[in-house]
Each structure stands twice: as C-alpha cells, then as structure tokens.
Design a binder for this molecule. Sequence first.
Ligand code: HEC
Ligand code: HEC
Ligand code: HEC
Ligand code: HEC
Length: 450
Amino acid sequence: MEVRHRLKITHRARQFRISRVAFELAAFALTPLLFPGSASAQQPRYTGPGSCSSASCHGAVQPRSDNSVLQNEYTTWAVQDKHSRAFSALTGDPGKRMAHNLNINAATSSRCIGCHTLDVPDDQKARTFDINDGVSCENCHGAASNWLGPHTANDGSYAKSVALGLYDTRDLIRRNEKCLSCHLGDDAKSVDHEMIAAGHPDLYFEIESFSAVMPPHWKEAGASDASAVAKGLAVGQAVQLREWMRRIGRDAAQIWPQYADLDCFACHHSLTAAKDSWRQERGYAGRKAGSPPFNASRFAVLDLIAKQLDGAAARRLDVEVAKVNQLVSDPQADRRQISAAAGQAAATADTLARDLAAMNPDSAVSAGLINAICADSERIAAQGERSAEQAGMVINSLFIGYEQGKRPMNDAKIRTAIGDLYKQFENPSSYNPEAFARSLRDLGALAGGL
Ligand code: HEC
Ligand code: HEC
Ligand code: HEC
Ligand code: HEC
C-alpha cells in the first residue's frame, strides 16, 4: 500500500505586526472596571462565522494595511482555508467510503464531528449557528457571544476580549494545543489505526508549515526575523512531543497495541531481496529484530532543537523517550509501565515547552539549527520516513524565516535542495534513508555559509 505525502512545499513568508503589548496590558488591568459583570459572564454561545463576516469587521476582500488586524480573515477562511470545508469532507467520496468501512454515519458520528465541525451542546448554539460551517472562527477563537459586542467597540483590546473568553491564540503554547487537539488528537478525539485503515489520512503536523498552508489570516506579533520563526517552531515541537506522549499514555491504558502510534512504514513497506534491505543493514538497536518501533518523528528534530537551546532538558528527554520507545516496541511490556513512562516524558516536554516559550533566541539560531539537522543526517534518516518529513518541514520553515532577514547568494540553490528533500516523501512506502541522508548532506554543503 502507499500513503502519500499531502502537504505541498510552501515558500509563503509570514507577515509581522508591531507589538501592542504595553497598551494591551494596561487595558487588561482596566477590564474589571470597564466590564464589571465580566467575571460572572453568561454561559457563552457559539454564534457562527456569519457574525464576523461583515465587510467592516473581518469580511473585507482585500487585507487592510493601516491596521494590526487584516480584516479579510473571513474571506481568507471561506475561500482558501480547508477548515471551511471540513464538514463537507465527511460526506464527500473518501468520507463516504470511510463511513461504509466503519459502519457509521460520518455526518453525525461522535468519531468524526469533534474535529470536522464545531461540536457543542445545543444549549450553547445561537440561532445563527450552522454545523455546515465546518471548522470555523469559534473552533479556534472560542464562543463569541460574550466578547463579540465589546470587541467591536473602539477600545475593544485583545486582552479585554481574552478576559471575556476569547481563546488566546497569540500564546504560542495555547495556539499549538489548539491545532494539535485535532491534528494529533486529545482525550476526546482521535484518529486510530482502524480509522486510518478505513481511509483516513494519517495525521502529522509542524506548526510553521501548517500555518503557512492554512494560509494565515493574521500578522504575527514582534519582529519579522528568523528568531521569531525559530521560536514558534521550537515551542511547537515541544508541545507536540508532550501531546504525543500523552496520547501514547492514554492508548496504552485503553486500546493496545495501537498501530497508529507506531512507525507506519515498519509494517507498510515493500520487501526486497535481503541484500538490498536497508532495515537489515541498519540493524535493530534497542529492540528485537522484527519488533515495531514507535513513530519517532515527534522527537527526532526536537532533540536537536533542545540540545541547542536547553541542554539539560535534552539529556532528560533522550533517556525518557528512549524508555518509552523500548517499552512500546516490546509486546510483553506492562501497559501501566508504558503509561507511566510516557507521563514522565510528557512532563519533561511540558517544562521544555515553557522554557522555550520564555526564550528569545537570536537570529543566528535558525542557521545553526538548519546546519545541525543537516549534520545529523544519518541519525534522522534512520528514524524513518515520518522523521525525515519533520526534518524537511522544519528546515523549510527555518529557511523562509532566515531569508526574510538576509537573502543568501545561493538562495535559489538552497530552495532547490529543499525541494529535493520533499521529493523523497512522495511515496513513503519506498522511502530510502540513504537517499534522504545524501540529500540532507547536499543541503548542508549549501547551507554552511548561512
Ligand atoms: C482527531 C481529529 C479527527 C477526527 C476524530 C477525524 N478527523 Fe478526519 N481529518 C482530521 C484532520 C486534521 C484532517 C486533515 C489531515 C491533513 O491533511 O493533515 C482530516 C482529514 C479527513 C479527510 C480528508 C479530507 C480531504 O480534504 O482530503 C476525510 C475524508 C476525513 N478526515 C474524514 C473523517 C471521518 C469520516 C471521520 C470519522 C470516522 C474523521 N475524519 C475523524 C482530523 C480528524
Ligand atoms: C484553525 C484555527 C482558526 C480558525 C478556524 C480561525 N482562526 Fe483566526 N487565528 C488563528 C490563529 C492561530 C491566529 C494567530 C494568532 C493571533 O494573532 O491571535 C488567528 C488570528 C486571528 C485574528 C488576529 C487576532 C489578533 O491577534 O490580533 C483575527 C482577527 C482572526 N483570527 C479572526 C478570525 C475569523 C473572523 C475567523 C473565521 C472566519 C477565524 N479567525 C478563524 C486561528 C484560527
Ligand atoms: C477543530 C479541529 C481543528 C483545529 C482546532 C485545527 N484544525 Fe486544521 N484541519 C482540521 C480538519 C478536519 C482538516 C481537514 C479539512 C479538509 O481537508 O476537509 C484540517 C486541515 C488543515 C490544513 C490543510 C492540510 C492539507 O493537507 O492541505 C492545514 C494546513 C491546517 N488544518 C492547519 C491548522 C492549524 C495551523 C491549526 C491551528 C492554528 C489548525 N489546523 C487547527 C481540523 C482542525
Ligand atoms: C504493526 C503493523 C502495522 C502498523 C505499525 C501500521 N499498520 Fe496499517 N495495517 C496493518 C495491517 C495488518 C492492516 C490490514 C491489512 C489488510 O487488511 O490487508 C493495515 C491496514 C492499513 C491500511 C488499509 C490498507 C490499504 O492498503 O489501504 C492503511 C491505509 C494503513 N494500514 C495505514 C497505516 C498508517 C498510516 C500507519 C501509521 C500511522 C499504519 N498503518 C501502521 C498493520 C500495521
């Protein structure tokens, strides 16, 4: 079988806006005075994207340049963002086939609608709510009824809206938690191997690449340099490892083994003559020959990021994640031990995420990370296709950030080399680590001068 790589390479740079933090903190302090009732605000209700779509609010056709908010967010979402079509995906042909294989009605099944639309209790739906809107504004920004009125007032600052229930997507950790609740799953929703075998795409994520493809309907706060992208991406990787470890902990307590937590291509690859097998050549360090390793992609690149920015956390995670991998690939392992080990690694990843969110790496960090990943080509390549794919996405995002500040002389060559990395994910079942390691080394030779 073949699982195709879906995310196309992108060279879309993010837009940045001047921070208004000082002003907003002041406004935040005033909130209780301005909205005395806000602490005991009413049960919030979901009003639907229509309430944001007026041309003078978020429904402009062209972005506004004279404001920190673009004001064409609705248009971007409705026209370019796949989230607006997430509900109809359930009833399109691939959705229908899945529903048939799983013997469910996808448009009503609790196994699907938590991620493909806004699934909230009826008493929280305003009259304007419509399930067909798919993943819309309030999935990510929270129920609008309490802040909708105040935030359209002239002094409607961001902090004031957050105090009234707007979900704080500016906070990097919370932003990633939000995306990952659907792009990796949480305690209420998940994509397991049964759903994948029925036809669901396998889930993978990298915050900067996915934000670029979404595409973003916002300007990022702060300076427009490589360091902001490096920081966003580093925090994203740490939150992702944390959520991944939590997921393994949950699955071990519920349905185990959960094939979707393992390396897909450990099982789904085509066999070759023994002499041509890179798996036999590589060997099975840390596990028995033929046992399934876990999906290492959510640590393979983060390991290097942590080594560069937070050595102590990196050393602890090296030990703790290896322990999880060893237990997961041992069919005899005690499931409670798996959950405990995963819980430990999740806690360390959480500390790392918070440390990274408090750092302001200088712009040299991006170039340093690109080079560190290229220099570690053999190890990353050997961890499998999904790890290689994370490395590809991370390098692409870092380079886009870097270019914004300083365009290297060999810019075009570097882009072509990054494109060559992406070509290796076109048919994951026949992924070849030697070829990938070679591509990474070639890129490293070009990126050495960054
Ligand atoms: C944990 C969240 C989650 C659950 C639960 C979930 N999905 Fe998805 N689904 C996603 C995400 C995220 C994507 C996009 C994946 C990507 O492109 O990386 C997706 C993609 C899809 C696609 C492909 C859409 C396209 O445009 O190609 C179909 C079809 C689909 N899901 C159907 C279903 C059905 C049917 C169910 C229930 C059996 C379901 N999904 C349950 C998160 C979920
Ligand atoms: C899939 C998640 C998602 C959906 C759906 C979504 N947004 Fe956003 N939105 C974000 C993220 C992430 C940011 C960037 C962080 C930030 O600056 O707040 C953002 C930023 C914004 C901002 C800038 C806020 C600021 O910080 O000043 C506005 C305005 C906005 N979104 C409006 C909308 C509207 C209107 C819709 C629906 C038409 C919508 N969003 C749908 C995730 C989403
Ligand atoms: C409520 C669940 C949910 C949340 C939250 C969410 N997504 Fe999604 N996302 C989906 C689903 C479902 C799809 C598949 C839509 C389709 O193709 O029909 C999707 C698709 C995407 C795609 C298109 C992928 C492709 O293969 O083209 C991108 C990019 C994406 N999401 C980015 C993000 C980012 C970035 C965030 C956080 C800011 C986020 N998503 C938050 C559910 C969610
Ligand atoms: C431990 C081995 C194992 C792992 C790991 C595993 N699978 Fe499977 N997979 C299977 C088996 C067994 C089947 C059933 C094949 C059949 O019915 O012919 C299957 C079926 C499938 C199918 C449907 C068959 C087809 O040809 O379309 C898909 C798609 C699939 N898996 C994708 C994945 C993905 C993606 C992952 C990783 C997230 C994964 N699998 C991890 C063993 C595995």
